[in-house]
Design a binder for this molecule. Structure first.
Ligand SMILES: Cc1cc2nc3c(=O)[nH]c(=O)nc-3n(C[C@H](O)[C@H](O)[C@H](O)COP(=O)(O)OP(=O)(O)OC[C@H]3O[C@@H](n4cnc5c(N)ncnc54)[C@H](O)[C@@H]3O)c2cc1C
Ligand code: SF4
Length: 491
């Protein structure tokens, strides 16, 4: 009986094999695409990455196109092992199929290390900052002996600059992959499935923007470290309308496919810092995202009860409207929201701040169900997976977990968007106005959100000041009527 490693489509790097010569099983399941309406470019990227891996492995890989995983696994004569899959549903599946499961790979902190860290905290609240420092020490990343490089752990104060007064950051565009015959074949298959009415997608097809093979992923890391990492830090939290990529790495997709190991990426970043090519604030800002946030989110996904995904502490019951779900940006006047939806339609990606400050903020203000918002993010983004979307959306962006991930809701009005982006100047609304024709939907939505959730937020000291501001609003009644009438109409 041949021993074979079954690789899911997010386990594609060499570190998911025990030995470079291991025999491999890859299953392309059509049912996955039928179950949910994904972004077209996400479907393309996943299939392209799996088929590139199969081509690389050659005869050692059994590549099966089937309807479901189960029908292939039940029929196989091989003895299969699998690295712990990345969602509760996939873990249930491999267990039900009696496949041997080995520990998860592709993260910087192991489950045992995370459990030890949680236990060490006793009754103290879990905090990203403490987890991150622990990981820096343990992995010896950006450390000078026992001290953090640069003399401090956190350069957030240098990394929260508003955007510069220029249309773009002026850095080189990211390196773009060149499509090959595998991409042609994927495009052809997806066109056919769509024509046959077998599957349907959101978003537009377009040139593949993200790495789909190990070589491409390593190339993307080198390009980022050389050309955009030096300017990553300062403008990490800013948005420029004409510069969707800014200095972001675009590495989330290849990282989540397992094409890159986060530890190798932070070592590359540290090398650039040690060579004097990158300021510490940028190197630290990036390392914090990767071995801090990314791992923290992964471990919270498993550590929280399975019911976490259904949490809805603010009792949001609204339905995600079709214009939002289908990325219908042409019918949206609000410049920030329209442009963000347009970028997702084009690329299946926007960086962290539009996700949080524009999309998540708007959804929370309007009281849309967190579970629907999570499902939408999962389908619309090329890097979306269950483990990463559930904590980021339910916890970080919708505050539906009552404060496990974030100490206060990430709600902001137009003034905040105006400070951190260059959208408002070209918008038909005015971020300073909350009632009337020019009222900014984010500003009005912010006050309506606080008003609606006053009781639930009352005890939170971090929100006490805005709640006092709410008490001073003279036009609150008018604002309530206006926002009720707006309902889920496109702003
Ligand atoms: C509502 C919401 C949903 C999100 N959904 C996803 C998702 O489905 N998949 C995903 O990978 N990221 C998600 N993120 C985190 C973050 O927005 C993306 O990782 C990032 O924008 C990807 O672009 P990049 O690779 O250029 O990131 P960079 O800005 O270059 O950051 C570097 C890396 O840090 C990691 N990272 C940073 N923040 C997070 C985070 N909060 N959670 C996990 N990893 C993080 C990513 O691997 C990313 O590649 C979400 C954030 C929010 C607010
Ligand atoms: S005015 Fe309001 S809606 Fe328009 S871009 Fe600014 S924040 Fe967005």
């Amino acid at each position: 009986m041949t021993e074979r490693r079954w690789l899911f489509g997010d386990q594609l790097g060499p570190h998911f094999l025990d030995h470079p010569d291991d025999a491999v099983l890859l299953i392309e399941s059509r049912a996955v695409f039928r179950r949910r309406r994904f972004h077209r470019q996400k479907a393309h990227l996943v299939l392209s990455a799996m088929r590139h891996r199969a081509a690389e492995l050659g005869e050692r890989c059994r590549y099966v196109r089937a309807d479901t995983y189960g029908e292939v696994v039940r029929r196989t004569r091989d003895r299969l092992t699998v690295c712990r899959p990345t969602s509760h549903a996939a873990l249930d599946l491999v267990r039900s199929l009696d496949v041997e499961v080995t520990p998860a790979r592709g993260f910087a902190t192991s489950s045992a290390e995370f459990a030890a860290w949680v236990e060490g905290r006793g009754k103290r609240r879990l905090l990203l900052e403490d987890f991150y420092r622990d990981a820096r020490r343990r992995l010896d990343v950006l450390m000078d002996g026992s001290e953090p490089a640069g003399g401090t752990w956190n350069f957030d104060h240098e990394n929260r600059e508003p955007p510069p007064r220029q249309p773009t950051l002026g850095v080189d565009e990211p390196w773009w992959p060149t499509e090959d015959e595998i991409d042609d074949e994927v495009r052809h298959d997806l066109d056919r499935w769509e024509r046959d009415g077998d599957v349907s997608f959101i978003g537009k097809d377009g040139p593949r923007r993200f790495a789909a093979s190990r070589d491409e992923a390593l190339h993307a890391v080198r390009d980022f470290a050389q050309n955009r990492l030096p300017t990553f830090g300062a403008y990490e939290d800013a948005i420029l309308r004409a510069d969707p990529w800014m200095s972001h790495s675009l590495l989330s997709a290849p990282l989540n496919f397992g094409l890159l190991d986060p530890v190798e990426v932070v070592h590359r970043v540290e090398e650039a810092y040690r060579a004097g090519d990158v300021p510490i604030a940028s190197a630290e800002g990036f390392v914090r995202q990767l071995i801090g946030w990314r791992d923290y989110v992964w471990h919270l996904y498993w550590q929280q009860p399975r019911s976490y995904r259904r949490r809805n502490e603010l009792g949001a019951r609204g339905t995600l409207p079709a214009w939002f779900a289908d990325l219908d940006h042409e019918h949206v006047d609000a410049a920030c929201l329209s442009d963000t939806l347009r970028n997702i339609e084009r690329n299946g990606w926007v960086h962290h701040i539009p996700r949080l400050m524009v999309l998540g903020n708007y959804a929370m203000q309007r009281g849309w169900r967190p579970s629907q918002v999570t499902d939408w993010f999962h389908r619309a983004f090329v890097d979306g997976y269950d483990w990463v979307m559930v904590p980021n959306v339910v916890g970080m962006s919708q505050y539906a977990d009552g404060g496990v991930m974030a100490t206060k809701p990430y709600a902001g009005g137009g003034a905040y968007i105006d400070r951190m982006s260059d959208y408002c100047g070209g918008c038909r609304y005015d971020p300073k106005v909350r009632v009337g024709d020019d009222a900014c939907p984010f500003t009005a939505g912010y006050w309506a959100f606080l008003d609606r959730n006053r009781d639930a937020l009352q005890g939170n000291q971090r929100i006490a000041q805005p709640l006092r501001g709410l008490d001073r609003l003279k036009d609150l009644d008018e604002l309530r009527v206006q926002e009720r009438e707006r309902g889920s109409r496109a702003p």
